[in-house]
Design a protein around this ligand. Structure first.
Ligand code: SF4
Ligand code: SF4
Length: 367
């Protein structure tokens, strides 16, 4: 997802192919054995470049993961058409780990279940085109449990998880439930899209003054590897420096290895982040559904994140991508101020007053 591009933008289709192949092969030569890609990454070019990188004997050295684009499963036949296209792009006969991509409530019910996609996936498991079937997830906690328990054929799942997302999406509860059910759990966004690697100044100062001056990225990664339920941590790397840093972190990681000092530092960082929260939304979703379709907790989450991480550009991008296409509900602009939601909010947040402010801020052009 984060291969080197001409502009440094991970959405760009213009991947620097030579650099990307060198990066992937250096990683594999250094012991990395799990490569994750997906149909839409780099506008379809990620799978092609991974396929090229895995030539010359590299394919046999890795577990290869790619994903079925849920949003394109509008017919049952779409599954095989796209899987076969992916195998061709990846220059392989089989994918080791195949995920139904970015599942949310709407896509799970209206596309995957309705169009019998799982029966096509089972056929692909049988004929060997895929070796293990799983799903990646972006929605509220209850939906995670519905999908986890709604099908017996999952052997793994992929969740967004890091020390700032213990109660977001699947969260710690989802991680433990999946592991208890016997699923391997793959972690994405371990550094929150790089934001935990570049924390606000106050956290940087905290780490600079701690014994051994731990790096923010290393601390966040060790927090994940410490948890025995975590099977694989995916950290997107765009250059050799990031690769070398991650290799160094991985080389001194293991389950149950965090020291009391490291735990204390993480607790302090979590507290600082909590103090910077603008809207005291706990993402409980009691306010949902909004009669006008506004995804209230998600709008608040993106707005809070902008201040937490001092990263307005990323927040504005998520607002446009996730709410702009309607897949996760409508954005704050759809609020008509009816206040239907407010009596259900345990935090007594004046939701109707916040919505215009949230929309004005998140729809403003990036500076
Ligand atoms: S006040 Fe806005 S967000 Fe709340 S229910 Fe009405 S339209 Fe939806
Ligand atoms: S009910 Fe209140 S706290 Fe809960 S998700 Fe809605 S706005 Fe947030």
């Amino acid at each position: 997802m984060r291969l080197p591009t001409d502009t440094g933008d991970w959405l760009s289709p213009n991947v620097d192919e030579q650099k990307a192949i060198e990066l992937i092969r250096t990683a594999i030569d250094s012991g990395v054995n799990y490569i994750d890609t997906a149909y839409p990454y780099h506008n379809g070019n990620s799978e092609i470049i991974v396929g090229k990188a895995l030539r010359n004997g590299y394919r046999e050295k890795v577990h290869l993961a790619t994903k079925c684009p849920s949003w394109l499963m509008e017919t049952t036949d779409a599954f095989d058409r796209i899987l076969d296209e992916q195998l061709k792009k990846l220059q392989t006969d089989s994918v080791d780990f195949y995920l139904i991509h970015a599942l949310n409530k709407i896509w799970w019910h209206d596309l995957i279940l309705k169009n019998h996609i799982l029966s096509r996936a089972e056929a692909a498991l049988k004929d060997g085109r895929i070796k293990h079937l799983g799903f990646s997830f972006h929605d509220q906690s209850e939906v995670f449990h519905e999908i986890l328990n709604g099908y017996d054929g999952w052997s793994f799942c992929q969740i967004q998880y890091n020390y700032m997302n213990t109660n977001t999406q699947a969260g710690t509860r989802g991680l433990k439930a999946a592991a208890e059910k016997g699923l391997a759990v793959v972690i994405m966004e371990p550094l929150l899209g790089g934001r935990l690697a570049n924390p606000p100044k106050v956290i940087k100062t905290l780490l600079d003054n701690a014994p051994g001056k731990p790096s923010a990225a290393d601390l966040a990664l060790q927090w994940l590897w410490d948890q025995p339920e975590v099977s694989v941590v995916l950290s997107g790397m765009s250059n050799m420096k990031q690769l070398q840093e991650n290799l160094s972190s991985a080389s001194h990681s293991s389950a149950n290895s965090l020291t009391p000092a490291q735990r204390a530092l993480i607790a302090q960082a979590q507290k600082i982040y909590a103090e910077r929260t603008q809207i005291p939304c706990t993402k409980c979703s009691y306010c949902q559904p909004c009669p006008n379709g506004v995804n209230i907790p998600f709008c608040f989450e993106i707005y809070n994140d902008a201040f937490l991480h001092e990263d307005m550009a990323t927040a504005r991008m998520w607002y446009e991508i996730f709410l702009g296409n309607g897949a996760r509900g409508k954005n704050a602009d759809a609020c008509i101020g009816c206040r239907d939601c407010e009596s259900r909010c345990p935090q007594k947040i004046p939701i109707s007053e916040w919505m215009p402010k949230v929309h004005e801020f998140l729809s403003a052009p990036a500076a």
